[in-house]
Design a protein around this ligand. Sequence first.
Ligand code: SPD
Length: 294
Amino acid sequence: MSKEPSTTQRNPIPLANWTEEKFEDRFSFGLRSGELLHRSQSEYQEITIVNTEFGETLLLDGAMMTASAVEHYYHEMLVHPALTTTPCIKKVLVIGGGDGGTVREVLRYPEVEQVTLVELDCEVVFACRKHLRSMAVPWDDDRLAVVYADGAEFVRNGATSEYDVILVDGADPVGPAAVLFSSGFYADCKRRLKPFGTLASQTESPIVMREDFLRIVRTMREHFGRALPVFGPMPIYPGGSWSWTIATDREQWDHTMDFNNRRMVLAEQTCKYYNRYIHRAAFAMPNDLMRELG
Ligand code: SPD
C-alpha cells in the first residue's frame, strides 16, 4: 500500500507572501496574501490594501483595520446592538470608520434619516471606495454626508442634543486615536447626544488588551448611567476576540431583551452574523471581567 505524503509538506508557502501585523512587540498575526492593491503615505498614515486569505484587507500604519471576508463580525456588532435598542435612530454620527462598513450597517434602517461620517483622512475613504468594492458600501446614499475632519474636534464644537446615536469606529487607543477613548471625548459625546441617545464604541480585546478594555469601560461609566460591553469574534484583530461597549442613560433598559422587534427582523434579514440570539448572548460577561466591572 502506498504511503500518503505528509500534508504539512504540500505547497509550502513562501514567507514573502505573508501580510503580518506586529502588535505592540508582543504578538504577531499573519495572513497569506497575494496582490498589493494600494500603498500610499497620506498626511496621517501609511495606507495599504492587499488581497489576503480574508479578501481585500486594509492596513493603516501596518495595523489590520478591515478585511472583506470577516469585516461583518466587527461592523455588525458595533452598529446593531445600539440601533436595535435606541428609541429613536433618525440622526446618527459615525466617528472614524473611513472604510464605510459602519455606515453601510447604519443605512440598512429606513428610519435613519441622516448619517454623518467624520473621517480624518480623506485618502482612506478614496482608497477604500476604489479597492474594497466587495464591502458594498452605499456611498451614494442621499442620507450620508462624509466630512473630513478631526473626530474629537467635531464632537467638541457642535450643537447640544443633536444626535440619537454616536458610533466610534476608531483605531487602537495609541497615537492620534487615543483621544477617542478619553474622558473629555465621552463628555463631549454625551453633550451632543439627545437625552435617550446611545454611544457605542469599539473597546479593544478583552483578552490581550484587558487593561485598556477595563479602563475604557470605566471611563465611559464616568459619564453614562450604563456602559455595557458586548463580545464577539474578530479574526484579524489581536487575540481574535473583541469588544464593543454601549453607553446610555436609560437606566430601566433591559439590554438583553428590550430591542425593537421590527428593526431586529430587518437586521436578521440582512446581517451575516447578528441576530436576536447573538444579541442576548453577546452581553454575557466572563467572571473575571464581571469581578472588575460589576
Ligand atoms: N486593532 C484594530 C482596531 C481597529 C478598529 N477599527 C477598525 C475600523 C474598521 N471599520
